[in-house]
Ligand binder design. Structure first.
Ligand code: FUL
Length: 701
């Protein structure tokens, strides 16, 4: 042995270590061979659908001829020269979307009026004949370039309905439509989604025919062969339509998916524009044959297109937040529309609201409640590789799976100390099919008994529940029923700060004032004597009466953090409790019901109101109708007062400047005058329809 090389001992030592490592790896392998993944449950997503699902939140841009004609649906007879943005800035769109965490954009390449945003060879009704850039511009090119530059994806909306084209409704049009599709899918790089609208067929210009053209929505477009073009030119693009084939419409334009939302759909029984689609199919079907997940489309304003008169109607933070939780939180993606304005930019008001939403979402989901793997257990697991610890990893391909053949399972989470939470986020590994049909969330009370705090049905790609504020040190998530052995790829709890906004103030005709908090659990304080509600305010506990003019100040307070919202001050005018409308007419009461959502229309073009008593008046207010399509708005008025209802005195006349574009409440002051009867006359209106009134009020001492 001594003759051996001096390194021999060292080398045998190394060998021994290697052998030991090898043996222990082998033993470990024998003890814990990684299980094969569960069998898929059909239908399952295609890889293009999986990539799309990951995008979650992306933008829609409605920008087209309608932007310049102030329309939602153009007839197709518009002069292409009218398309003329004054400060087209796609880089601004892309920066805004990027800052908001949106992953891409879909633009209306052609809407129902047939005007094309790119210099297509198929029609003269395009940017080729626009004033913009002397017909040399290409919106699609500039927007797609700007988005790619920011690392964002690009998609196109191409309306199948074309109210401009002379051949619409005839077989020849299908080739035009397909040619347009080919141009869009060939010349502008990678497209992530092609969007086909279900709205099609009806009246239109049709090259001068000016007639109604109905089509057989199911067969006219020969969709299977149209889809082939997309598969060939853009194999990774998903195709959106009511019936999919890849992504389906959520069935409403509010941006809301359903408590139960399946990504499965009996696709072959559906076609685009089918009348019963929204009620029967939009929520998906447990036993659907194809994977066609939902996409929730909604505009940040009432209209899809820009109208100056909606500048004050951008959705509020509570509305946008609700949309987020009811779309992304309910197994759907969110396609949020910006009506691009006449400059060619996203309007500042829209950006402001968007960023409020984005900041709040960040705040809600910034810090998950820390869960320790050692404190996590499940009553079933498929085995190595599919342990319950996998739910802490948000990657979809790392997941916990229940034993084969089980359709129920529980995951328990323990904490050393009680934790506070009010959001549950849970995801299935959808690559293996959507499985979960029903689940509960429970917490353990001090006496050891379990209390259910929430339950749900489907999960899918992502489900978020908004829960009451809860504290617990033991939590149990139970799947009660599933199509097959369940999988969970991610589960997390969050403690979202309350949305601390001032309360919404409203008052009804009888003078009863309500203060609506922005979220349950907030306290509201108010004052009517001008004092600071945060210091001397009364705690709001229900409606209270205010009959005479007063300034109401109110503020919300989060009792958990003791933080206050901004204050709000509202000038409450004379209550309408004892008022009567003298002008006859059905629904005359809508004039003074203190609800701007209801309207009174009168052919008389004037209204007379009896205030029930004589007051010192100093002015009046006119609230124009707030409907999406307005009529009979007063643009020029005269206001008269009377003590007895017979002898009238005009106290003011004038114009409501810009009311058509900005239909906000109008206030007119005049020198103090005593009167019991008031009269508002419409001298001129926005159109020939009867004068319309959402509300009328007076300013009194
Ligand atoms: C609808 C269209 O008719 C609207 O104008 C808008 O484009 C919306 C997204 O889809 O069906």
């Amino acid at each position: 042995m001594e003759n051996f090389h001096p390194n021999f001992k060292k080398q045998t030592g190394k060998l021994k270590v290697c052998l030991l490592v090898l043996i222990s790896v082998l033993i470990a392998r024998c003890e814990a061979p990684k299980q094969s993944p569960p069998d898929v449950v059909h239908p399952i997503p295609h890889s293009r659908q999986l990539s799309w699902q990951d995008m979650e939140f992306y933008a829609f841009a409605h920008f087209n001829m309608n932007t310049f004609t102030n329309m939602e649906w153009g007839m197709g007879d518009e002069d292409p020269a009218l398309f003329n943005p004054t400060d087209f800035d796609p880089a601004q769109w892309a920066k805004v979307c990027k800052a908001a965490g949106m992953k891409g954009i879909i633009i209306t390449g052609k809407h129902h009026d047939g005007f094309c945003l790119w210099p297509t060879a198929t029609t003269e009704h395009s940017v080729k004949n626009a004033k913009w850039k002397d017909g040399k511009g290409d919106i699609i090119k500039e927007v797609s370039d700007a988005f790619r530059k920011e690392g964002l994806k690009f998609g196109v909306y191409l309306s199948p309905w074309d109210r401009n084209h002379p051949d619409y409704g005839k077989p020849e049009y299908i080739e035009v439509f397909r040619q347009q599709l080919r141009e869009l899918l060939t010349n502008y790089g990678e497209i992530f989604e092609v969007w086909f609208d279900g709205a099609n067929g009806g009246t239109g210009y049709y090259g001068g025919a000016n007639e109604e053209r109905r089509v057989d929505k199911k067969n006219y477009y020969d969709w299977p062969n149209t889809y082939k073009i997309i598969r060939e030119l853009q194999p990774d693009a998903v195709i959106f339509g009511d019936a999919g084939p890849d992504v389906r419409w959520v069935g409403n334009e509010h941006g809301f998916a359903y408590e139960t939302t399946w990504s499965n759909l009996m696709r072959d029984s559906i076609y685009g524009g089918m009348p019963e689609y929204a009620s029967r199919y939009a929520a998906g079907q447990e036993n659907g044959t194809h994977w066609v997940p939902a996409e929730a489309d909604v505009s940040i304003r009432p209209g899809w297109y820009y109208h100056e008169y909606e500048d004050h109607k951008v959705k509020s933070l509570p509305q946008l937040l609700d949309i987020y939780y009811k779309s992304i939180g309910r197994n759907s993606s969110l396609l949020l529309n910006f009506p691009i304005d006449k400059r060619g930019k996203i309007h500042e008001n829209d950006i402001e609201q968007l960023m409020k939403l984005v900041d709040k979402i960040k705040e809600d989901f910034d810090t998950p409640v820390p869960i320790e793997e050692d404190y996590l257990s499940a009553n079933t697991s498929r085995g190595p590789g599919f342990g319950v610890g996998e739910i802490l990893n948000p990657d979809m391909d790392r997941y916990w799976a229940a034993e084969e053949g089980r359709d129920n399972a529980s995951i328990s989470i323990e904490f050393e100390h009680p934790v506070a939470f009010n959001r549950l986020l849970v995801q299935e590994n959808i690559a293996l099919g959507q499985r979960v049909k029903s689940f509960d969330l429970e917490v353990q009370g001090e006496n050891g008994s379990w209390e259910k705090i929430a339950s749900g049905t489907t999960i899918g790609y992502k489900r978020i529940l908004r829960l009451p504020d809860t504290r617990a040190s033991s939590i149990r998530f139970t799947i009660n029923d599933a199509k097959d052995s369940p999988t969970i790829s991610h589960l997390a709890l969050f403690n979202a700060p309350r949305l601390l906004l001032p309360p919404q103030v409203s008052r009804d005709k009888s003078g009863m004032v309500s203060l609506e908090p922005s979220e349950a659990g907030l306290e509201t304080y108010y004052s009517l004597d001008g004092s600071d509600p945060a210091k001397n305010g009364r705690l709001y506990s229900g409606k209270f009466e205010v009959l005479m003019p007063a300034t109401l100040r109110a503020i919300s307070r989060d009792p958990l953090t003791e933080a206050f919202s901004d204050p709000v001050a509202v000038n409450l005018q004379l209550a309408k409790k004892n008022w009567q409308v003298v002008t006859p007419g059905e629904n005359a009461i809508h004039l003074i019901d203190d609800d701007p959502g209801t309207n009174f229309f009168t052919e008389q073009d004037r209204v007379i109101v009896d205030l029930g008593d004589t007051y010192s008046l100093q002015g009046f207010t006119y609230f124009p109708m707030q409907n999406r399509y307005m009529s009979g708005l007063i643009t020029s008025y005269s206001f008269l007062v009377s003590e007895d209802g017979n002898t009238w005195k005009q106290v003011r006349s004038g114009e409501f400047g810009n009311i058509a574009n900005s239909p906000i409440e109008q206030r007119v002051d005049f020198p103090t005058t005593r009167a019991r009867f008031v009269q508002l006359r419409a001298l001129e209106k926005t159109d020939d329809n009867p004068a319309s009134f959402a509300e009328m009020g007076v300013i009194a001492d």
